[in-house]
Design a binder for this molecule. Sequence first.
Ligand SMILES: [Zn+2]
Length: 389
Amino acid sequence: MSWNNIIGQKRQIRVLQQALATGRLAHAYLFTGPDGSGKESVAFEIASLLNCQNVATGSEAGSCGVCPDCTLIHEFMHPNVEYIFPVESALLEPGESAKKENKRFTDAKERYDALLEQKKQNPYLSPAMERSMGILTEQIISLQHKAMFMPSEGSKKIFIISQAERLHPSAANKLLKLLEEPPPHVLFILVSSRPEALLPTIRSRCQAIRFSRITAQELRLWLQENRPEITEPELSFIVNFSRGNLRLAWEFINNRDSNSSETATILLRNQALDYLRLLLTPSRFHEAITSCEQNAKNLSRSDLTLFLAALLLFFQDANHRRINPDFQELNNPDISDAIDRFAKNFPNPDFFQISTITEEAIRAIERNASPLLVMTSFTSEIKGLLQRG
Ligand SMILES: [Zn+2]
């Protein structure tokens, strides 16, 4: 990441660049704004800038991304950068020597590492372990200990706290103590899309920077400049699909990069529509269940996300055409016939509820929930909603 790779947020970045250039960084920031607007990417870029070996003071270019410090930060292994997000308590069970034999711990650690791996692939992901009760007191106690050690000369320790609204109450109180007497060598960056859920006393000790939702135009321009190989209709599909959420846009781009065929996305969409067809044909429901099980087993998490996203875009199209049969700005203009047929056959479903359920399923897949469970319950809920419609 360097500043140039961060989409939008020009004003917010300028404020931070100025603070960095003049050595006037606050000791604690609170980055707020919608999911997928790039808050954490900016936090990590600041961490990189403060540690990168190839950055001139006052430079606006950003971190180099390749020096040992930048690499360690990207791997979540840099001694000066602590990244905190909601984890399961099993991960924090005491007793270093006992840990090796503790199956609960090793299983939790595997899930934790898998999330970090996903975060490496998608910098806009805010990871949280599925069975987490929030950011736990032990995590903040560990920060307290780490805050006592000085970093190497001239550098700072950076504590990035993702989804800060999920701080457990006693963890929040411990963090407040740290913020009240901040060690001079520590920079806190709290990140939250629901800052109103944070303790007011914590909020008041942080300088707030509010991120805005990325507009379709900003994303389109960035893709045209940086990924010129992505052309229509795929370009519009990505822009429409992500609706200002860079986490979703990135899933698409990653998926595209890992599939040699440029039509892989479209194939996945057609597969999703085949499944929907089975689901809606009463005599073939058992085939839909089989198809759902196979997809859950065979598709990667990223492909499953796109599979569900393709359905979401299709439902949106159907809803638009239901309200206005002349609606022209379809996400899927190449299959307008199928969209019209669907809108005619299902004239009155609860599209709001259908979208909510689909978005929830996408989030659950991203949060490492069991694909089979998510897809099975998605299948029965969607069937129920469309039947009632
Ligand atoms: Zn570097």
